[in-house]
Design a protein around this ligand. Structure first.
Ligand code: ME8
Length: 496
């Protein structure tokens, strides 16, 4: 089973284009793997313990759990609106998660990797992490709350895992992708690893340590374990065996936790590290870092109102390559939407359905088995498949759109709207319908609802969700003789 996860987002924050970026990308990947006929389990959820949530709940006069219950809905609604096809939604306040964290802690403890020590130093509340004095000026500049902490903590012997981690990276070349992120993680390990604190006594909003109830588990130890919980750890070994190890999709801000701490924790507990960690860069808005204080966090719903759900999904998958940082601009989004969706795909659909309506009595002809477009399709399919495989949705979509471009050019060359009805016209329209069918399958991970609408308009039964690749992209699958409907534009042009 392919097990894909997003980070679990802090329940305190509202969803924004950054958290939605990871979630939409993971969703598109999950949909792609389902198209390939692979069993796929896709998880997202929320991170609900820790000082930040305790403080906000107090400020709002409610318990932390009440606070989490009222705010988690924002994520659930946003992801539903964005058509996210997660199979499970995990909340770290669920009993199943307490069981998993307790078991993981106990295993690391039994393995001799947890000891009692003292911590004195600085703690960044929004990051839920200890920080060094050297990091303080930058954190202050960003307006992040940093407090003095002095407490007894349990520590995890990360130092013991320096060599095992280096060996793991050595023998698992693709563990962290893209390569620049792998090098970043390796650089951190090579600097030497310090043990990290895994418990707190100063807060009580968390999961108690099984051997010392005065301590609650540090929020990161707790949060990372969500990936095991949802896979059935520890109570459902059959399910766990089937799902684990998983693949994590994360942003670069939490690379150290996922690529260094997490595999070490798992090794300590005798559990295999994840298969892959795919790490993307950060989105900025008009060149600025997004933050609550800068009031520049854009809510997905605001853009969906203008571009529709699929317009939203397509933009971030196509225009923000996975890996490097990227800048978001509204103008850029309008330009991409108009070029690729309103013009390229929208035009193709409307031309084809119009001509079939007026010159083929609304009945779609079958494609020509020897069409020149068949070669374009097979080249695009090969390139798009490779791109999805290396988590490069922007390239996969660019390749898919090459088929659309070639078909529009084909139509412009033959101008079927000027032709008389007959075999020549039928061949051209059949080819264009066939490309639309294949595009509906290949673009489905990005624009699922629009793909289903195209499918229906060209008269096909069922939906692209049931298609299986690569067979579904074989040339000649459009049977002909189906009713073709014109309908309203799928992607109305947007004025800049
Ligand atoms: O860190 N651009 O949660 P979080 C792109 N609870 N992606 C962004 C982004 C941006 N500007 N801002 C946020 C936490 N993200 C922990 C995770 S996992 C075991 C625990 C995305 O709500 C990106 O995926 O701060 C980043 O890694 C994540 O949101 C952080 O979400």
């Amino acid at each position: 089973m392919r097990y894909l996860t997003t980070p679990i987002y802090y329940v305190n924050d509202a969803p924004h284009i950054g958290t939605a970026y990871t979630t939409v990308t993971a969703d598109a990947l999950a949909r792609w793997h389902r198209l390939l006929g692979e069993g796929t389990f896709f998880l997202t959820g929320t991170d609900e313990h820790g000082l930040k949530i305790q403080q906000t709940a107090e400020a709002n006069g409610v318990t932390p759990k009440e606070w989490a219950d009222s705010t988690v809905v924002r994520f659930q609604e946003s992801w539903a609106q964005l058509n996210i096809s997660n199979d499970d939604f995990i909340r770290t306040t669920e009993p199943r998660h307490y069981a998993a964290v307790t078991e993981l802690l106990q295993r690391c403890h039994d393995n001799g990797d947890i000891y009692l020590g003292h911590y004195e130093g600085l703690y960044s509340v929004p990051d839920e992490a200890y920080v060094t004095p050297a990091e303080l000026p930058e954190l202050e500049r960003q307006g992040r709350e940093v407090i003095e902490m002095r407490e007894e903590n349990y520590f995890f012997k990360l130092s013991r895992y320096e060599q095992p981690l280096l060996d793991w990276y050595e023998s698992h070349d693709d563990f962290v992708l893209p390569k620049i992120r792998r090098n970043e993680a390796l650089g951190f390990i090579r600097q030497g690893l310090r043990d990290f604190s895994i418990s707190r006594t100063s807060i009580d909003w968390g999961i108690p340590l099984p051997w010392d109830e005065n301590h609650v588990t540090y929020v990161w130890f707790d949060a990372l374990t969500n990936y095991l919980t949802a896979a059935g750890f520890p109570d459902d070994p059959t399910r766990f065996e089937d799902l684990w190890p998983g693949t994590h999709i994360i942003g670069k801000d939490i690379l150290r936790f996922h690529c260094v701490y997490w595999p070490a924790m798992l090794m300590s507990a005798g559990i295999e590290p994840p298969t892959n960690v795919f790490v993307h860069g950060f989105l900025t808005v008009g060149g600025e870092k997004m933050s609550k204080t800068a009031l520049n966090q854009i809510a997905p719903a605001d853009l969906i109102a203008d571009f529709g759900v699929d317009g939203y999904r397509y933009h971030f998958l196509r225009d923000q390559p996975f890996g490097p940082d990227g800048d978001f601009s509204y103008e850029g989004m309008v330009a991409r939407y108009n070029a690729d969706l309103a013009n390229n795909l929208g035009n193709l659909l409307s031309r084809v359905t119009t001509v079939v309506g007026s010159k083929c009595s609304g009945v779609g002809p079958a494609p020509d088995p020897d069409s020149a477009l068949a070669d374009v399709v097979s080249a695009s399919l090969e390139a798009a498949t490779a791109a999805w495989g290396r988590v490069a949705p922007s390239v996969a979509l660019e390749e898919t759109w090459k088929m659309i471009g070639a078909t529009n050019a084909h139509l412009e060359q033959y101008e079927p709207w000027k032709m008389e009805p007959g075999a020549d016209l039928d061949r051209i329209m059949g080819d264009a319908l066939e490309v639309l069918r294949i595009v509906a399958v290949l673009a489905y991970p990005a624009i699922p609802a629009s793909s289903a609408a195209i499918w229906e308009r060209i008269g096909l039964e069922g939906s692209p969700v049931d298609a299986r690749l690569p067979e579904a992209a074989n040339w000649g699958g459009y049977p002909g003789g189906l009713p073709v409907a014109k309908g309203d534009p799928l992607f109305p042009r947007i004025k800049a």
